[in-house]
Design a protein around this ligand. Structure first.
Ligand code: SF4
Ligand code: SF4
Length: 364
C-alpha cells in the first residue's frame, strides 16, 4: 500500500480506501472478514455514507480494536430510519443518525465529520439554517469531530463552501466519464472540475474520491457511456492522477473484491494505463495532457505527466507545485525535442512544443 498526506491535517491516507455502498450485502461474518483483510492490506480510510444501516455493526465488530489505526468519514445528512440509505436535512434525524452510527461503530469520535452531499446552493442554505453546520462545529469543539469534510458532486457548490467554511477534506465524484461530461453526476464542465482539483492541490486540501467506477457502469461495456469497459485499476489510476487526490474510496462487496483492490499496487503499469479513453467518444480531452504517462519512457528521462501536472498547478497559483518542479531531476529544460511523446500521445498533445512552453514559464 502507498500513502498520501492530507496537508491540511497531517493525516496519512492509504491510496486505496473503501466506500461502503455495498458492504452490507456481505452480511456480518463475511463483512467482518472483508474489513479486517482491508486493514491487514494497509487500507486505513473508510467512507461511511453506507448503502444500508446494517453496515455499521459490521464495522463495530471488525475494527473497534484497531479504531486508532483507521480514519472514518461520517456524514451529517445520511440517515437510515428505513434501513437503506436516506438523505436528510432534518436536524433531529441527522443527530439521531450520527449518534446511532457512533454507538454501532463502537467509537466515540469522528475523524472527518462531513457536510453531506450538497449539490444545490439552496440545500447548503438549508443545511446552515437548520443548524446542522452548527451541530458539527459543536461536536468539533467538544472533540467528538476532529476535522470537517465536505462531499458534493457539483464544482460551483464546492467552490462556495470552500470559500465559506474552509473544510479539511473534500469527497468528490471523479472518473473519466464525469470529466467527459457523461453520466448522472457529471456536474460542471471539465474546466470547472479541473479548477476544483487544482485549488485543492494548491491549498493542501486533500480529495477522497467517490464513484471511481461510476457505480460500476464504467466496468461494463453495455452500461458505460463510452460503450467500452474500463478496469477497476484503470479507473483508480485515473483518479489518483488528478491533482489533490489522496485516496480512492472504492466499493467492495466481499473479501474477494477487497483482494482485487489491494492488488492494484502490484499490477504492471500497462494494466493501469487508462490512455485508451482518448479513443472513446465522447471525450473532451483532445490536445490536453491528462498526465497518464502513456508516452513514457522519455529518452531524456523526463516524467512527462508529472511535469505537466506541476505546470498546470503552478499556473493556477500553486507555489508548492512550482517548488516541486524545480527539484525534479529532469525538467522541461532537458527535453531534446525528439518527438517520441508526440507520436505516442493518444490525446493529440503537442508535448514537445509544450515542453518548450513549460521551460520558458519556469525560467521567468
Ligand atoms: S503527453 Fe499525452 S501520453 Fe503523455 S502524459 Fe500527457 S496525455 Fe499522457
Ligand atoms: S520530446 Fe522531450 S519530453 Fe518528449 S520524449 Fe522527447 S525528450 Fe522526452
Amino acid at each position: 500500500m502507498e500513502y498520501r498526506i492530507n496537508r491540511k491535517t497531517g493525516d496519512s491516507f492509504s491510496e486505496i480506501g473503501l466506500g461502503t455502498a455495498y458492504l452490507f450485502e456481505a452480511g456480518l461474518e463475511e463483512g467482518v472478514r472483508a474489513l479486517q483483510r482491508a486493514v491487514e492490506g494497509g487500507v486505513n480510510i473508510f467512507d461511511l455514507a453506507a448503502g444500508h444501516g446494517d453496515t455499521y455493526p459490521i464495522f463495530g465488530e471488525a475494527l473497534a480494536d484497531v479504531r486508532k489505526q483507521v480514519y472514518y468519514q461520517i456524514h451529517f445528512g445520511a440517515e437510515y430510519t428505513q434501513g437503506v440509505y436516506g438523505w436528510s436535512l432534518d436536524p433531529d434525524t441527522v443527530k439521531q443518525s450520527v449518534e446511532k452510527q457512533l454507538t454501532e461503530l463502537k467509537t466515540d469520535y469522528i475523524d472527518y465529520g462531513f457536510i453531506h452531499c450538497l449539490d444545490e446552493e439552496k440545500d447548503w442554505e438549508t443545511f446552515q439554517k437548520n443548524g446542522i453546520l452548527d451541530y458539527i462545529y459543536e461536536l468539533k469543539k467538544s472533540g467528538v469531530v476532529r476535522h470537517i469534510g465536505l462531499s458534493s458532486h457539483t464544482p460551483a457548490v464546492i467552490q462556495k463552501i470552500l470559500d465559506e467554511v474552509g473544510p479539511d477534506l473534500l469527497m468528490f465524484s471523479i472518473n473519466p466519464a464525469y470529466d467527459s461530461g457523461e453520466g448522472e453526476y457529471a456536474k460542471g464542465s471539465l474546466s470547472a472540475r479541473n479548477e476544483v482539483y487544482r485549488r485543492c492541490e494548491a491549498e493542501g486540501l486533500g480529495i477522497t474520491v467517490m464513484k471511481p467506477f461510476s457505480s460500476g457502469q464504467l466496468l461494463d461495456a453495455k452500461q458505460s457511456p463510452f460503450k467500452a469497459a474500463l478496469t477497476k485499476a484503470q479507473c483508480i489510476h485515473y483518479a489518483l492522477d488528478r491533482p489533490g487526490v489522496l485516496s480512492v474510496l472504492a466499493g467492495a462487496r466481499n473479501t474477494q473484491e477487497v483482494e482485487e483492490l489491494l492488488a492494484y499496487h502490484e499490477l504492471p503499469e500497462a494494466e493501469k494505463d487508462y490512455s485508451v479513453i482518448a479513443s472513446f467518444d465522447p471525450v473532451d480531452t483532445e490536445g490536453t495532457c491528462v498526465y497518464c504517462n502513456h508516452c513514457s519512457p522519455c529518452p531524456a528521462g523526463l516524467d512527462v505527466g508529472l511535469i505537466n501536472k506541476y505546470y498546470d498547478l503552478a499556473k493556477a497559483g500553486d507555489l508548492l507545485a512550482a517548488e516541486h518542479y524545480r527539484t525534479l531531476e529532469h525538467t522541461a529544460a532537458d527535453c531534446t525535442g525528439c518527438g517520441h511523446c508526440d507520436a505516442r500521445c493518444p490525446f493529440g498533445v503537442d508535448q514537445s512544443g509544450r515542453m518548450q512552453e513549460i521551460d520558458s514559464y519556469f525560467r521567468k
